[in-house]
Structures are given as structure tokens and as C-alpha cells.
Design a protein around this ligand. Structure first.
Ligand code: QAP
Ligand code: CO
Length: 168
């Protein structure tokens, strides 16, 4: 297994729309394992393939307290079950150091393929529902900072660009 490099805002590659996975292969499962290792190492609760510069519709999450419940979603399709919005202070491994309040539906159903390529459906509530929508946004080239004011987003962009220049 391997820890992969995570793209950081405002990298334009994070704006790529990911393509559906056409076949779940051993290469897909290797990518999933590496994404889980990368997410746990960070540590984080969710990671989309887009963030590791792989533009396929695939994401991993683990919102459990003791990091014992890895979840994998390939070609996820989200249906909102209750449109009532809830607020959550979201972060993102691609936007390190920033947390801002975002409103999203709190109860969704997701259909997807599992790591063996078998279809499944699951209802998610609370943090799991929020995290799933955040990760599906990545697959569509969208970031949580897009929900913020232009002023806040620019402030975050300038700080991260400075951090990135100092590391280079
Ligand atoms: C997405 O984000 C998420 O800034 C997953 O310095 C987060 O795992 C969805 C992280 C919250 C809903 C609510 C962020 C780690 C991890 C940072 C993450 C950081 C180190 C973010
Ligand atoms: Co994110």
C-alpha cells in the first residue's frame, strides 16, 4: 500500500469532472486501498479519487469514532430523502487548515458499486450524509469553498498559494 499525493486548492486538476468506472478490477482495488491508507494517514474522514489526481468516480470514507468502518463508493448516485438542510463545519484534505460552515441535506440514499463491483444501496444520515455529498462534489470538480463568499474563498486561495510557494 502507499500514501498518495493530495492535490491542493486552487490546483485546476481539482476541477476535473471524473468519468464513471467501467469495470472494477484489481487495479481499482489497489487504488481503493491506497486511497484508504492516504485518508487514514492524513488523518481524514473522506477522500475522492479526484484529490489524488485520478479522475474516476470513486470515493472512500470512514466517519466512525475508532476508524474501523471503511466505506467505498464506486459510481455513486445520491438521492436526497429529506431536503431539510443542516449546517456543518466542513474541512477538506485539499484545503488544509480551513474549516467553514456549509449547509447540505442531512438524509440521503446512495446507490453505488462496492469494491467487488456489486451494486448496493444505503441510507446515510448526519456526518456520513454530509461527507458523502462533499466527496461526490469532488467527482464533479466542486469544492466546499465554492459554497463560501468570494471574499472568503479568495482569502483561503491566497493563503494556500503562499504555503505552496514556501514549500516549493
Ligand atoms: C470531508 O475532509 C469532510 O484542514 C473530509 O489540516 C470534512 O477528511 C466532510 C483534514 C468535514 C464533512 C465534514 C482537513 C485534515 C481532513 C484539514 C477531511 C487538515 C487536516 C479533512
Ligand atoms: Co474534500
Amino acid at each position: 500500500m502507499a500514501v498518495l499525493e493530495i492535490l491542493e486548492f486552487p490546483d485546476s486538476r481539482l476541477r476535473t469532472e471524473a468519468a464513471p468506472v467501467t469495470e472494477v478490477t484489481t487495479a481499482t482495488r489497489t487504488l481503493i486501498d491506497n486511497m484508504l491508507e492516504t485518508m487514514y494517514a492524513a488523518p481524514g474522514i473522506g477522500l475522492a479519487a479526484t484529490q489524488v489526481n485520478v479522475h474516476q468516480r470513486l470515493l472512500v470514507m470512514d466517519v466512525s469514532e475508532d476508524k474501523s468502518e471503511p466505506m467505498v463508493f464506486i459510481n455513486p448516485q445520491v438521492t436526497v430523502l429529506d431536503p431539510e438542510l443542516g449546517e456543518y463545519d466542513e474541512g477538506c484534505l485539499s484545503v488544509p487548515g480551513f474549516y467553514e460552515t456549509v449547509s447540505r441535506p442531512q438524509h440521503v440514499e446512495v446507490t453505488a458499486l462496492d469494491r467487488d463491483g456489486n451494486p448496493f444501496a444505503r441510507q446515510l444520515k448526519g456526518l456520513a450524509a454530509i461527507c458523502l455529498q462533499h466527496e461526490v462534489d469532488h467527482l464533479n470538480g466542486k469544492l466546499f469553498v465554492d459554497y463560501l463568499s468570494t471574499l472568503k474563498r479568495q482569502r483561503i486561495r491566497k493563503k494556500l498559494e503562499k504555503d505552496q510557494r514556501q514549500r516549493a
